[in-house]
Design a protein around this ligand. Structure first.
Ligand code: NAD
Length: 522
């Protein structure tokens, strides 16, 4: 572990949580960073305090004024080099993600791969960032729009994707000409410090101010809340719980700043009577158990047609029984620990509420202890029979609990009217939660698939057919509706959130005609 830390520029004690582009800062009381793998202390970090926050933001603001002068494709080149640095450190940074957050090795490295992919994407984007041209109603006038850099972007991230979410924001913001100040999760400061070390080195080697990628690890009081209220941030991009997002929207909204919110999900898979159950079982297993159910896109609800319900549950129970739980670094482990004791307690409390409401545990759900499960962070993944109206089903419990809810008749629909009626029922259940992030349908029936994707179908930001709810590619815009916050990050045209749009009209004639045919004077 010592070697891993030092290869990533980290010390055992008193790593500093702030970076202003030149110096590392942190005078807060040192915090121990604990690994959920066995509860052991990995290292300590000194958070920054309010005065250091002020200093870091001022430096990031100054860096913005220089960075925006760098041509976008040259900014893209710096981000391309960042991608190369991440390639070179993929295994180490992935291992640190595993150590600090507890996801299995393949997923830890996968998270770093996602950062690399975003850097590649952002580099290509740096030669586009295009506006439209419009036809003017006035002769010898040209009208078009441009996208200009926005400023310093506040990036608040959650524990479960401790570095990838930063890259979705920071790499895209950087090619857009913005600088970022990153407030990572209190649970995962080490990965943030290691990533900022890499980014700083790339900036220095590229001759640009490392304050382009600034870091402000500190408490909600010293950093989080000040960031929300700070008018120097035209945009705050915040990933986390709906509760946090609501607060961010209120405080940033009060000063008419912009927010980009990526909040909780309550993602469902519809399994119809025309589903390939083998495919569905594999996708649900990955969606519900992957990252120990701690993805915003984790599968939390199964809406299954009554004709295939028992068979699907049988297959799921069989598949769950094969999941190897334990040290996420060990080959063959599919499910590691939950991030905290609170998360383990949340599973127990959710299952108690489920039972009170009349639900039934069909598989798992117990906390695990003994020598193979040190530290008290391990649980069995759980499958439970539930009804849609249970209050617990409406909530996001950030853990591997899967609620099975049935719909439709006991046999495959024989006519079109019945089929459409049942799809309406399934879609209504699918949409009847406060969150709107991701959902999918398993079917080989064209009508069912199209009904799900139609504007009257899924109300989520991500809607898939015959693949699960999680594991989105970076090329698409990522995000969701309703209590998920409405933000879009990563691919497609999500970059537009990090720029300001300007409409330009240019008169190359000798007259001054007014729009709407107005004459004024003469
Ligand atoms: P959390 O809300 O507890 O914390 C997220 C971040 O917000 C942390 O950095 C935290 O310190 C900060 N924060 C909390 N209160 C704040 C305040 N008042 N002002 C400023 N910052 C504040 O979430 P978590 O437990 O770290 O992560 C899990 C949650 O994140 C789940 O709900 C999950 O669905 C969601 N999530 C969503 C996405 C997405 O893209 N939609 C991605 C990852 C995680």
């Amino acid at each position: 572990m010592h070697e891993l830390l030092s290869r990533l520029g980290l010390a055992r004690d008193e790593n500093l949580g702030g970076f202003d582009g030149e110096h590392w800062l942190g005078t807060g009381t040192p915090l121990d960073v604990i690994t959920p793998i066995d509860g052991a202390r990995i290292a300590s970090v000194r958070p920054i305090r309010r005065a250091e926050y002020e200093h870091i933001v001022a430096r990031a603001e100054a860096a913005f004024r220089t960075w925006r002068e760098v041509p976008a494709p040259k900014r893209g080149e710096v981000v391309r080099r960042l991608g190369d640095a991440l390639r070179a450190h993929k295994k180490d940074l992935g291992a640190l993600v595993t150590l600090e957050m507890g996801k299995i090795t393949a997923e830890g490295e996968g998270e770093v791969q996602e950062m690399i992919d975003v850097c590649d994407f952002a580099c290509g984007l740096s030669r586009q960032l295009h506006g439209l041209t419009m036809h003017s109603e006035r002769p010898r006038h040209r009208m078009y729009e441009q996208w200009h850099p926005l400023g310093v972007i506040g990036v608040i991230t959650a524990f479960n994707f401790p570095v990838a979410v930063w890259s979705w924001n920071a790499a895209i913001a950087a090619v857009c000409g913005d600088t970022t100040v990153w407030k990572p999760s209190p649970k995962t400061p080490l990965t943030a410090i290691a990533t900022t070390h890499l980014a700083a080195r790339v900036c220095r080697e590229s001759g640009v101010d490392p304050a382009v990628f600034s870091l402000a690890f500190g408490s909600v009081e010293d950093v989080g809340e000040p960031m929300l209220a700070d008018p120097r941030f035209p945009l705050v991009s915040a990933t986390g719980s709906t509760r946090m997002g609501r607060r961010a929207a209120e405080v940033v909204g009060r000063r008419l700043g912009r927010t980009l919110l990526e909040l909780g999900g309550n993602n469902a898979v519809i399994v119809t009577s025309h589903a390939d159950l083998d495919l569905a079982t594999r996708a649900i297993l990955f969606g519900a158990v992957g990252t120990a159910g701690q993805r915003c896109t984790s599968t939390r609800r199964i809406l299954v047609h009554r004709s295939v319900r028992d068979e699907l549950v049988k297959r799921l129970v069989r598949a769950y029984a094969t999941v190897r739980i334990g040290d996420p670094r060990a080959a063959g482990t599919l499910m590691g620990p939950l991030v905290s004791h609170d998360a383990v307690a949340a599973v127990q409390s959710a299952l108690a509420r489920l039972k009170e409401e009349g639900g039934e545990v069909l598989y798992g759900g117990a906390p695990l202890d003994g020598p193979a499960f040190p530290g008290g962070h391990y649980v069995e993944p759980c499958i439970a029979a539930a009804k849609h109206e249970y209050r617990i089903v409406q909530e996001e419990t950030f853990a591997p609990i899967l609620y099975v809810i049935d719909y439709g008749g006991t046999s495959r629909p024989r006519d079109h009217v019945t089929l459409l009626g049942e799809m309406r029922e399934a879609i209504a259940l699918h949409n009847a939660v406060p969150q709107g992030l991701s959902g999918s349908i398993f079917t080989h029936h064209l009508v069912e698939a199209e009904a799900f994707l139609a504007h009257t179908g899924s109300d989520c930001g991500i809607a898939n057919v015959n693949i699960g709810t999680s594991g989105a590619e970076i090329g698409g815009a990522f995000g969701g509706e309703k209590d998920t916050g409405g933000g879009r990050e990563s691919g497609s045209d999500a970059w537009k959130s990090y720029m300001r749009r300007q409409t330009n009209t240019l008169n190359w004639g000798m007259d001054l005609p007014l729009s709407q045919g107005i004459t004024f004077g003469e």
